[in-house]
Design a protein around this ligand. Structure first.
Ligand SMILES: NC(=O)c1ccc[n+]([C@@H]2O[C@H](COP(=O)([O-])OP(=O)(O)OC[C@H]3O[C@@H](n4cnc5c(N)ncnc54)[C@H](O)[C@@H]3O)[C@@H](O)[C@H]2O)c1
Length: 238
């Protein structure tokens, strides 16, 4: 490992807490958190910003900027304290809270999410899985049993769910969103390909793989065009 830069030691700075973190930085913080988690399992206690940035696939000025949103700054020659920084990012992302997730819709996606073992270690516990299909109700997915959507409100209360995932068809999404909001859920991740309406205090995140693929295709096409242009220029100069 290289010698850590002393600016790398992260200290809490009261002024930084509660600052708005831009979405791109927020996304990168989750990557730093994952990298730091791996470092902790490897017993690494300190890391320089260059090493952390390289492991996360970003440049170190960007990493420093992202960490500045946590109210963190460093002191020359020490490096980041890995467990401390990890705790600091977790706190900023709200992961030290108890997130109890209910999944609505136990089809292909809902079952895959409910059966994924990786959420627990990242602070999310799937506590309920609902479906409208009576044939699906009662089936086991991992350690969960699919509950009837008719009983959703009482089960949300009993399980103290505070976050929901919508994995229902588009036509059912708004109705289920309304019921979740009426039941007090204010954080919803939706996979349904539809724009959902909800009060301003409700956070809705939409996951749209098709959009992501389109963006990927756009970048791939631009890279191709630029490679062709470079090639053509090289031919002319030859
Ligand atoms: N965002 C993405 O990248 C992405 C990818 C795949 C699928 N999707 C979307 O995710 C959703 C689920 O996809 P899927 O492949 O799992 O579909 P699916 O048909 O396999 O599952 C949908 C499930 O929802 C249940 N359901 C229907 N109405 C319901 C209601 N009111 N309450 C509770 N359950 C209800 C159905 O019985 C079914 O089990 C769809 O809207 C789909 O378009 C999004």
């Amino acid at each position: 490992m290289s010698i850590p830069d002393e600016r790398d030691l992260v200290r809490p700075a009261a002024s930084g807490h509660g600052r708005h973190i831009p979405p791109a930085s927020l996304a990168r913080l989750t990557v730093y958190l994952r990298v730091l988690g791996t470092m902790m399992t490897e017993g690494i206690e300190r890391v320089s910003s260059e090493e952390l940035a390289e492991a996360a696939g970003v440049n170190s000025p960007k990493l420093r900027k992202d960490l500045s949103y946590l109210g963190s700054y460093g002191t020359r020659g020490v490096g980041y304290d890995v467990p401390y920084l990890s705790g600091q990012i977790s706190a900023a992302l709200g992961l030290t809270l108890d997130w109890r997730v209910a999944i609505v819709g136990a089809g292909h996606l809902g079952r895959a999410l409910a059966g994924y073992p990786g959420f627990g270690s990242r602070g999310f516990e799937v506590v309920a899985l609902f479906d409208a299909d009576q044939m699906a109700v009662g089936q086991e997915v991992g350690w969960l049993r699919i509950s009837p959507v008719e009983a959703m409100e009482s089960i949300l209360e009993k399980t103290r769910a505070n976050m929901a995932v919508l994995a229902v068809p588009a036509e059912a999404a708004q109705g289920m969103c309304d019921r979740l909001v009426a039941a007090g859920i204010t954080s919803i991740l939706s996979f349904a390909p539809v724009v959902l309406q909800a009060p301003a205090e409700v956070q809705i995140r939409k996951v749209d793989m098709a959009t992501e693929l389109q963006i990927l295709a756009y970048h791939a096409q631009r890279a191709q065009v630029s490679a062709l242009a470079t090639d053509a220029q090289a031919r002319i100069l030859r």
